[in-house]
Design a protein. Sequence first.
Length: 327
Amino acid sequence: MRKVTVGIPCYNESENILKCLDSITSQTDIFQDIEVLIVDDGSTDDTVKIIEDYKKQYKKKGSIKILTQENTGGPSTARNRIIDEAKGEYIFFVDADDYLGEHSISNMYTLGKDSDSDVIIGKYEGVNRRVPVYVFKSTQINTNFFDSLVKDTMSVLKMFKTEYLRSLDIRFRKDIRMAEDHPVAMSAYLHTKKISIYADSPCYYWVRHVNTEHRTHLTGGVIAVDEFYKYLFETFEVIKNARITEKERTEAYRIYWDRLLSLDIVNEFKRNRTEPERHHSFAILLRLFNKYEGAAITPLLTGYKRYTALLLCNEDYLLFTEYLKIK
């Protein structure tokens, strides 16, 4: 068994994949003990050829494998294949247009191995984008969802113990086009008390590419209202059905609502939507709020997030939208 499987979904990444691969293969302290498993989602450029040419250099030093499939329009199917095919003790999900810091794989693996962690989060460094900061104030050998700020990083661009990830009754849903990793990350967080955070040096360079035609970053973009809310409903279902105590469930609702009311929902109501679309978004948000303990957690929130939740409790569309404009 290899120590780590670096799992990379990719689509039309001919401009970026070499930098990503170089950042992995240059980690000579551990490269011989990892496999790089790339799943190409039907690229129409030279991505596959570039990878095939690149992998010829490393037949004896490490394992680079590429799987191909017809285009699915997102990373979910590729990530599910990585979970199924991985031969490493841990899976480290990496996006093809990002790159890793020096010794990041060995640093994260050693921390996780020494503490028997199910999830290891390496420090992010943003390139043309913001990344979570406070969660990486210090290295934490052993923490959990409730005693940390891991809700600030709901992506799966981190390391997971392979057998633990496979044991979760969840996979990536290909019908969720935005933030499809939230439900999986939430399930991984809630079902373990063994999360490690490596903050001593940058591990993951998270890149927002500008003027890139083949790739769309949806965080600040416009996506259909109904499509936007899919990951929220699915993530709340994960909390609702998690194998945790009722006290922990209430706290999990509070923590996730706290995140949404400070980031995801704020971004949604700052998108360039028509007024009918905005009304439709508010109606779905109210349904989400009422279905997943919104009124119950409102008194548990603080500051502007409590006020925002109170406006939802009162179903006050005008005040709600005007208030979020200034956030």
